[in-house]
Write a protein that binds this ligand. Structure first.
Ligand SMILES: Nc1ncnc2c1ncn2[C@@H]1O[C@H](COP(=O)(O)OP(=O)(O)O)[C@@H](O)[C@H]1O
Ligand SMILES: [Mg+2]
Length: 366
């Protein structure tokens, strides 16, 4: 076996090199079996520093002060780096053998380079992922603190408000003595303010719960008439204030299977909107019908109505068509829609500007 054949034999050994940490070392120790050289380098294109070196470190090819053999590392005929060995007295045969070595090394080096880039990317990805995970945990914790705080504070506010409403009711019904007209008017005003505040608190609490996915249904059977009458009773002071009339068409025998509290909230939101967005002396009609497997509750007003382009928009959070509207959060319809959705129901809206609006809640009977 001549030296040339022996060298080719040894070149095959390059393919045994695996992508390990001491990749460069393995390359140069293999080369050592084939050549006598002093130092060796692998440079990648676009990099001044050698990626791997053997024996002596330099910062650029220009710093190599000995004679050397140099070969391009090619991938698909495009050079992506260079391999260099230094020493003296390299023969023509050495040059040929080194060229053969370089092409084998190029193949395995390209793999190494790609796997290195992949490793770097995976590392960066992992780091980013860890960071996001950590900040998500933090946000979830903060969200929970916020939700807990809001539900506590809402409870604290609601309790005295309910007693303000309760006692105004007692006064208004003249259980404790006759009232003159002025006193009646003022009691109504107290109720309206308390009611408004209660509405805002409920809205903030509800949207917080919905956003925290903490809204749970407590399903019971109850009469549609009872639920509607209760809400109408709560709304009454607002109707009186605006001299609006309210007609109802609610059959006695319709039973609803839903969350009582939440259905009341839905009806309260729609009815208070009907009152709010209808002028003085306006007319509101509440109807309930059962058809096929569904219950339809509609609230119709002859108020200001809504333009077609805004019909969808008003169900978004904080969406108000009239920014100057007092006593408004812009949350009512967003909550209403979510509450109806939780009941696997739907809400329909038909409206004509200056003529009025009809909101219909459709609930499955189940
Ligand atoms: N019955 C209605 N008639 C006319 N416009 C309405 C009616 N109900 C709701 N809107 C419009 O939809 C908007 C959103 O309603 P809502 O979410 O209840 O918020 P808010 O009543 O607090 O403003 C209102 O600001 C109003 O512009
Ligand atoms: Mg509203």
């Amino acid at each position: 076996m001549n030296r040339f054949e022996k060298a080719l034999d040894l070149i095959c050994e390059f393919n045994k090199i695996n992508n390990s940490e001491n990749f460069g070392e393995q390359i140069f120790s293999n080369l050592k079996k084939i050549f006598r050289f002093n130092s060796g380098y692998i440079f990648y294109t676009n990099s001044t520093k050698p990626e791997y070196f053997f024996n002596k470190k330099v910062n650029s090819i220009n710093d190599i002060d000995e004679s050397y053999l140099i070969e391009d590392l090619l991938y698909k005929k495009t050079p992506f780096g260079k391999i260099i060995i230094t020493g003296s007295n390299f023969s023509e045969n050495d040059k040929k053998i080194f060229k053969a070595c370089a092409s084998v090394i190029a193949n395995i080096t390209k793999d190494e380079e790609i796997s290195k880039i992949l490793k770097m990317q995976i590392h960066a990805f992992q780091e980013g992922f860890d960071k996001v995970k950590k900040s998500n945990e933090k946000i979830t914790k903060l969200e929970k603190t916020k939700t807990d705080f809001i539900s506590r504070i809402s409870h604290e506010l609601r309790t005295p408000l309910n007693s303000i409403l309760g006692f105004s009711d007692l006064l208004e019904k003249e259980f404790v003595g006759k009232l003159n007209n002025k006193q009646k008017e003022y009691i109504n005003d107290i109720k309206i303010s308390a009611l408004h505040l209660l509405g805002v608190i409920n809205e903030v609490l509800d949207i917080t719960k919905i956003e925290a996915n903490a809204m749970k249904l407590n399903i019971t059977h109850f009469s549609a008439q009872q639920a509607l009458n209760e809400v109408i009773n709560v709304i009454k002071p607002l109707l009186i204030k605006k001299h609006q009339t309210l007609n109802t068409k609610i059959p006695e025998d319709i039973e609803i299977k839903a969350d009582y509290q939440k259905l009341r909230q839905i009806l309260f939101n729609l009815l208070s909107n009907a009152v709010k967005y209808t002028r003085e002396n306006g007319k509101i009609i509440v109807k309930c019908i059962k058809k096929e497997n569904k219950i339809y509750i509609s609230i119709k007003d002859n108020g200001i109505g809504i333009e077609k382009k805004n019909l969808k928009k008003i169900f978004n959070k904080f969406e108000q068509l009239d920014r100057n509207q007092e006593n408004s959060t812009g949350l009512g319809l967003a909550i209403t829609k979510e509450l109806v959705k939780l009941h696997r129901g739907a809400i329909k809206l038909v409206s004509i500007p200056e003529k009025g609006s009809t909101f219909t809640v459709i609930l499955p009977i189940q």
